[in-house]
Design a protein around this ligand. Structure first.
Ligand code: UTP
Length: 233
């Protein structure tokens, strides 16, 4: 039984409230939860960006805009935990300590954001340290990490394997502001560098069992020491 922390991007779980993939993800996570300890960190998605956008038009500061983002991640987390029903711990963890405690119960633990100034990728990286996870999966809206942003640079090359240092070099230029949408945030990349916990970035737009995606070496593996063959669960 492995401990797996999943950063489930709001952009793939709840692009908008009307077009959500909560049911599909609940089914996949319930299956994973039968064999493994699963912790899911849910992002804010389109609704968080809408709140943050309105906050900016009102002249509200970035830190408060982040707080709005965190509230929306917790709303999304509440929807997912509800859809997971008996498979999930019913409360949404609001700190790493609380998540670790809820995990002792054996059910899937769901949480959202924690403090301003970061994204849920950083929450996932820090939670992985706290619960001594074997693996972090980042389900996001691209199919892996590219040399440059593939949405802006058509010639960008997808990496199958990176070290944490190489990942940091790629994302160094990204700006962190409320609602920003980079493939993996810089704080999160630093944390996975120090913890040594492998990270797999997978395309979450078309939800499938991550074990299948990993067997097919889809996405990008970020690790100093481990290769794709070491990541089976
Ligand atoms: P995320 O940016 O992490 O969710 O949180 P997302 O946009 O849905 O993730 P992806 O892009 O799909 O992977 C939404 C916003 O909530 C605030 C930030 O403003 C963030 O942009 N937030 C989230 C925090 O301030 N602190 C946190 O710990 C988490």
């Amino acid at each position: 039984m492995k401990r797996i922390v999943i950063s489930l991007g709001g952009s793939v779980l709840v692009p908008s409230l009307e077009e959500n993939h909560i049911r599909e993800y609940a089914t996949i996570l319930t299956e994973l939860g039968k064999d493994h300890r699963i912790f899911v960190v849910v992002g804010g998605g389109g609704e968080a960006r809408r709140y943050i956008g309105v906050a900016r038009t009102l002249g509200i500061d970035e830190s408060t805009a982040d707080e709005l983002g965190i509230l929306v991640t917790r709303l999304n987390a509440t929807l997912l935990a509800g859809a997971l029903s008996q498979a999930a711990y019913p409360n949404i963890a609001e700190s790493y300590r609380e998540a670790a405690k809820f995990g002792e119960n054996g059910k899937i633990v769901v949480m959202g954001g924690v403090i301003p100034g970061q994204t849920t990728d950083a929450v996932a990286a820090l939670l992985a340290e706290k619960v001594r996870a074997d693996l972090i999966i980042n389900w996001t809206s691209v199919d892996g990490i590219y040399s440059k942003d593939p949405k802006k640079h058509p010639g960008a090359v997808k990496h199958s394997k990176l070290t944490p240092g190489e990942l940091q070099a790629i994302i160094q230029g990204d700006r962190l502001e409320a609602g920003s949408n980079t493939v993996f945030d810089t704080l999160a990349a630093k944390i996975i560098g120090r913890s040594g916990i492998p990270l797999i970035v997978l395309d979450g737009r078309d939800p499938e069992d991550p074990r299948k995606a990993i067997r097919g070496k889809k996405g990008t593996l970020v690790s100093e020491k481990k290769g794709w063959k070491d990541i089976s669960f």
